[in-house]
Design a protein around this ligand. Structure first.
Ligand code: GLU
Length: 425
């Protein structure tokens, strides 16, 4: 029996509604077994915690909410990032955990999906505060995670340093060093080479295949990048290396525009020195709301979710949208793109490079045997491009868009595994 529209009401949030609606649509299209359909609509295990956090004013103690949601245990351990954001909530984390399940299945990694969140604004915290919050959050979820159970990684607002603190806290708790408990660590602690660049590099490794499908050249394509963090920066770099012209870039400080193309290394230096893209000397400042609708061939939303909606989607001029962020396009915007023929490479495929190299990192940590950068980059490209061509072939065959085709692949793979395992007892 199908539960109410969003599954359990405690999960209700706009993103969860969208994730379930998307899944329902695909489940109906493939006539998914009703019991499996119902089972996959709700996450398998969820942990909601609150914990005390001493702020820099040492006598002030705040209560902080934290989450870790494991959507599916059928495929292996669960996998997914932890985000720090002032407005993150249970429903959002649950939605992102579900998306991780499909993402891992689309690139055929032996993981189910998970996601974590801590409701704080990381941009106003000192390094000491970040460390205290991270260590306490880790202790709250310490029995819930582990190399065979659930392996966190970075997501919005977290980075290599946060992963190092999680690894250290977990290792101290279990009494031995356990690098495989998180991925996206610094290489000195068993982190994989090229993990930091993996999402952006993986995304851009798809551009030649996308361009050939759309019959457009890669070199000379104009690229607009929303976001210049771990995803946007390396995607921009990859684009520039392939001869594209990156004409606009934004981040939380603003947006900058240069028709002749940015020198990405130089822009990255400016960001490291000043904290953001705004004020870059070789560019004009741009209203960030205009960025998404600039005239260009390739648009890469690589910041937050929900930025392309029914209002701005009709004005998007790009021929292709490569989704670096999770959930940047609303369902309504997706419909507009289908009608207007904008070729969307969905998040669950386009940004799967991050979790793919996370998988490599976990394998390397378990084996204590580390691969060369060349091996990692070659395997990443192979996995991304294989998944892309399978999904594209399915989209062409079924006369559907790439998001639908990718979800059909992911959901079918999970459903096959669930049917094969059966129900205990
Ligand atoms: N947070 C990233 C994502 O959404 C990476 C997850 C991982 O590496 O486990 O895909």
């Amino acid at each position: 029996m199908k539960s109410d529209a969003v599954g359990a009401s405690e999960l209700q949030s706009p993103l969860y509604d969208e994730a379930v609606a998307q899944f329902d649509r695909v489940a109906d299209m493939i006539n998914l077994d009703g019991n499996i359909h119902e089972r996959l609509r709700s996450p398998q295990r969820s942990l909601v915690v609150t914990f005390p956090f001493r702020t820099e004013k040492y006598d002030q103690v705040d209560t902080v909410f934290g989450y870790r949601v494991q959507h599916l245990h059928t495929m292996g351990p669960t996998k997914g990032g932890i985000r720090y954001a002032h407005d993150v909530n249970f429903g959002e984390v649950a939605a992102l955990a579900m998306l991780m399940t499909w993402k891992c299945a689309i690139v055929e990694l032996p993981f189910g999906g998970a996601k974590g969140g801590v409701r704080i604004d990381p941009t106003v915290l000192s390094r000491a505060e970040m460390q205290r919050i991270t260590r306490r959050y880790t202790m709250e979820i310490v029995n819930f995670i582990g190399p065979e159970k659930d392996i966190p990684a970075p997501d919005m607002g977290t980075d290599e340093q946060v992963m190092a603190w999680i690894m250290d806290t977990y290792s101290t708790h279990v009494g031995h060093t356990e690098p495989a408990v998180v991925t996206g660590k610094p290489p000195s602690l068993g982190g994989s080479i090229a993990r930091r660049e993996a999402t952006g590099r993986g995304l851009m490794s798809l551009l030649p295949a996308v361009a050939s499908h759309l019959n457009m050249p890669v070199a000379g394509s104009r690229v607009v990048m929303q976001g210049f963090g771990n995803v946007g920066r390396y995607a921009a770099q990859g684009a520039a290396e392939m001869g594209c012209t990156v004409i606009a870039v934004s981040d939380i400080t603003g947006a900058v525009h240069n028709d002749t193309g940015f020198d990405i290394e130089d822009l990255a230096r400016h960001v490291a020195e000043t904290g953001g893209v705004s004020g870059y000397r070789d560019a004009d400042e741009l209203d960030p709301t205009e960025l998404l609708t600039l005239d260009c061939e390739v648009l890469v939303p690589a910041a937050v979710g929900g930025v392309i909606d029914a209002d701005n989607a009709p004005h998007v001029k790009a021929r292709t949208v490569l989704e670096g962020a999770n959930g940047p396009t609303t369902t309504a915007a997706d419909e507009v793109f289908r009608e207007n023929g904008v070729f969307v490479v969905p998040d669950v495929l386009a940004n799967a490079g991050g979790v793919t190299v996370s998988y490599f990192e976990w394998v390397q940590d378990l084996q204590n045997y580390f691969w060369s950068e060349a091996e990692i980059v070659a395997r990443l490209r192979e996995i991304m491009n294989r998944a892309f061509s399978e999904v594209l072939e399915m989209a062409v065959q079924q006369r559907t868009d790439l998001r639908t085709a990718a979800l059909i692949k992911g959901v079918s793979r999970v459903a096959d595994a669930k049917l094969a395992r059966g129900i205990y007892p």
